[in-house]
Design a protein around this ligand. Structure first.
Ligand code: HEC
Ligand code: HEC
Ligand code: HEC
Length: 426
């Protein structure tokens, strides 16, 4: 009983401290403006903006499935709940039509909406903060010249207490370092441009780094690889899942076409990134590759695999081979039209098949490569419904044994079960 006043005092002091911190971090609204006339932005600036929004994947996140470009509403599923992207067309009511350039720049650099509310870091402003003023202005011009669309995103569904937006201010203290990147005079122009694009606009680390328990990128572990939307992202500082290391030229081709003859194809969340990079000048992609090559660390010593685990499962391989001939060989078999006419690489080059875990190979089978409406040679059906867990597992064991020199995967069945569950929750 005697402790009660003490507990109350401590709780009271903590609450007071919280309110003081929130007050200090509180950001005011920036006054609305009337929507700038499209003609107030010159063509040159708008064209530069097209390049900026492509490099920043703005349309990828701000367009719902089947929705109008930039009108928002795409659900982003995080461990903390679902966040919907917002409408960034110039509609004054539901979009950013009444945002001044200052309000837009504050959102990009500090993650604060025009009316002063904190934005969730699913919007990668911790990376966009490094953009140049020039790029922010160009993106603003480009977006203000889009057709306004009336659209409101659905309500976010976040776990308590994260549905209380002001808490993001604390997160920002840990992870947001607002500043435009200054060039490193010791490096050449391509490297500096590449760093700006990779660390800033391209926000590559947002997907290619391990995250901590509160969804922040682990300090000092940028580009070490991670997991996004249930796909594994390979480390970008040790590019070598497949049998051969990457060259800069291969990286440029992969990033611009989604395909590398020596390393397989982009899939899952990487596919839209490469589709956007296909539209920007090659010099930008070349700069990205220059910077990535400079990040490469030596490969770690190969893992010692216990002998029992290293023995392939013969029964599974035989069953997997039969399934492969029926369902996959028409496209992936040697001499198939996809390989002979489409020039597609053999599965032996695939990073997914050579990776340390079966996750991406299983994701490929579950989801396939969506039909993009024009390029029949780049389509793979999704097999989630066609095969049960045992069949998928047999196929995975077969792929690994046939197309890779790496030891068999462990935990194939568990991975399949987890990935299927991930599907249900989306
Ligand atoms: C990884 C996904 C993702 C990418 C890429 C992305 N955004 Fe967003 N953006 C979001 C989400 C999600 C929100 C909403 C956050 C919230 O409501 O807290 C958002 C919010 C915004 C807002 C604030 C809008 C408002 O009404 O408060 C602006 C402005 C914005 N984004 C602009 C951009 C621009 C410009 C780009 C490209 C350079 C871009 N975004 C790229 C996910 C993304
Ligand atoms: C209609 C053609 C088609 C069929 C059938 C097909 N795939 Fe694919 N698959 C593709 C395409 C296209 C890609 C993307 C890579 C490319 O374009 O070369 C791909 C990619 C893959 C990858 C990733 C390769 C990489 O480059 O990282 C794996 C693994 C894979 N398929 C496995 C399978 C398995 C297993 C089956 C059968 C259950 C199958 N595929 C059936 C067309 C097909
Ligand atoms: C939205 C998440 C996301 C973003 C943003 C992203 N990536 Fe990826 N990336 C992935 C995933 C997932 C894979 C693995 C699947 C695959 O191989 O297609 C991947 C694969 C790759 C690979 C192939 C590596 C290998 O060993 O096969 C390269 C190279 C790459 N990304 C570079 C980049 C660069 C450069 C950027 C920034 C311009 C970037 N990525 C941004 C998700 C992302």
């Amino acid at each position: 009983m005697t402790r009660r006043p003490l507990i109350l005092a401590v709780a009271g002091a903590a609450l007071a401290a919280l309110l003081v911190v929130l007050y200090i971090m509180w950001e005011p609204a920036i006054a609305p403006v009337s929507t700038p006339a499209p003609s107030s932005f010159d063509r040159e600036r708008t064209l530069q903006g097209a390049r900026v929004v492509a490099l920043g994947d703005c349309a990828v996140c701000h367009t719902a499935k089947g929705g109008k470009p930039y009108a928002g509403g795409l659900p982003l599923v995080t461990p903390f709940g679902t966040i919907y992207s917002t409408n960034i067309t110039p509609d004054p009511e539901t979009g950013i039509g009444n945002w001044s350039l200052d309000a837009f720049a504050r959102a990009m650099r500090h993650g604060i909406s025009r009316d002063g509310h904190q934005l969730y870091p699913a919007f990668p402003y911790i990376h966009f903060t490094r953009m140049s003023d020039h790029d922010i202005e160009a993106a603003y011009a480009y977006l203000m010249r889009r057709d306004p669309v009336v659209a409101r995103p659905p309500e976010n569904a976040l776990i308590f207490p994260l549905n209380f937006r002001p808490l993001v201010a604390f997160w920002n203290v840990l992870f947001l370092r607002p500043a435009e990147t200054q060039p490193d005079p010791a490096q050449d122009e391509a490297w500096n441009r590449g760093r700006l694009l990779v660390d800033g606009l391209g926000h590559c680390a947002a997907c290619h780094s391990p995250l901590n328990a509160i969804g922040g990128e682990k300090p000092g572990r940028a580009f070490d690889g991670g997991v996004v939307d249930n796909w594994e992202t390979p480390p970008l500082n040790r590019l070598a899942n497949g049998p051969v290391p990457w060259t800069k030229a291969q990286l440029v081709t992969y990033l611009r076409t989604g395909i590398s003859g020596a390393h397989g194809a982009a899939a899952g969340p990487m596919l839209p990134v490469t589709s956007e990079l296909a539209t920007v000048p090659e010099t930008d992609v070349d700069a990205i590759a220059t910077y990535l090559m400079s990040l490469q660390k030596p490969a770690p010593a190969p893992a010692v695999v216990p002998v029992a685990a290293a023995l392939p499962d013969r029964g599974a391989i035989v069953r997997g081979a039969a399934l492969f001939i029926g369902a996959c060989a028409s496209c992936h078999g040697t001499g198939s039209p996809m390989q002979s006419m489409g020039g597609r690489p053999s599965l032996a080059t695939s990073s997914a098949v050579n990776a340390a875990t079966p996750r991406n190979a299983i994701q490929m089978m579950l989801r396939g490569v969506p039909w993009n409406g024009e390029d029949a040679i780049h389509y793979m059906p999704a097999f989630a419904q066609a095969f049960n867990d045992q069949q998928l597992s047999d196929l995975a064991v077969y792929l690994r044994a046939t197309y890779s020199r790496q030891p068999p995967w462990t935990g194939v069945q568990d991975t399949i079960a987890t990935l299927r569950k991930g599907d249900e929750s989306q």
